[in-house]
Design a protein around this ligand. Sequence first.
Ligand code: KIV
Length: 322
Amino acid sequence: MYGRAKPSEGRVPGKITVPQLRARKLQGTPGEGASRGHGPGEPRRIAMVTAYDYTMATLVDEAGVDMVLVGDSLGMVVQGLANTIPVSLDEMIYHCRAVARGLRRAHLVGDLPFMSYQVSPAQAVESSGKLMKEGSCESVKLEGGVEVAEHVHRIVRAGIPVVGHVGLTPQSVHALGGFKVQGRSAGQADKLLSDARALEEAGAFALVLEAIPPDLAEEVTREIGIPTIGIGAGAGCDGQVLVCTDLLGMVRGHTPRFAKRFTELGDAIVGAVQTYVTEVQAGTFPGPEHAYKANGARPPPRAADDESAALLDAPMALDLWH
Ligand code: KIV
């Protein structure tokens, strides 16, 4: 479009786009297997995972996830905080930038942290713009329903794709009285459904449903026209999201019921580092295969006048990797 770019090059080739994700909305009634993403040519469920750094981003991207979320869960996972409330927009930007460098295919969503959007729609647009410009995000996520619908509308109008998030919204942990399942009462379920509808109407392109009963998640999924992405919301959603350290079994303390550990990387890391400590203490690491070639007999020291000539003889770059 501009300069020498072709019209198709406005996006990075191979990257999953928002329209492609939007088209992954499954058709039919939840639970009717064949009509919900299992038939040939039918949309597949969206697989999303969190990541907070470059290395993890490269690995989850290689594994084929569709969306990577730099969640404000980084406050708990990376920073060791009790909740996500203290996380700042600048911290989010720092981690988003690192993750963006590791993604070749997956779509990058950045979380708007607490108090970076609640104040006003204008603040929400400004913070979203920073996540896109400085964090290299491709969309933003925010928590809340009807009360942030105007914010979502204004962000979308600025050309920024938005993912909504309802159910257990961790930024409201104190108002909710803890990290608890939401939508249990009829009133709560009705409110959640109207929140979901308001977010769709405001222009959100996907909606995270966190910690709600599976039948309510199925109802929301049926009632709205954008993909739902569940976490602790059962199998009836259009996609799933998990925190990477939960999925990989790296968490030592309590993990929520829904956080399936697909492997035990925590044990593998502790085991590997224990072996390293043992070998260092025993002097068996490094072995000769991990050391550079010896210099051999050192030449006699040069006279001071020869020093500059010796420097000129030295190789310009040492190959440290071989
Ligand atoms: O912050 C986060 O990681 C999230 C996911 C759990 C959906 O919001």
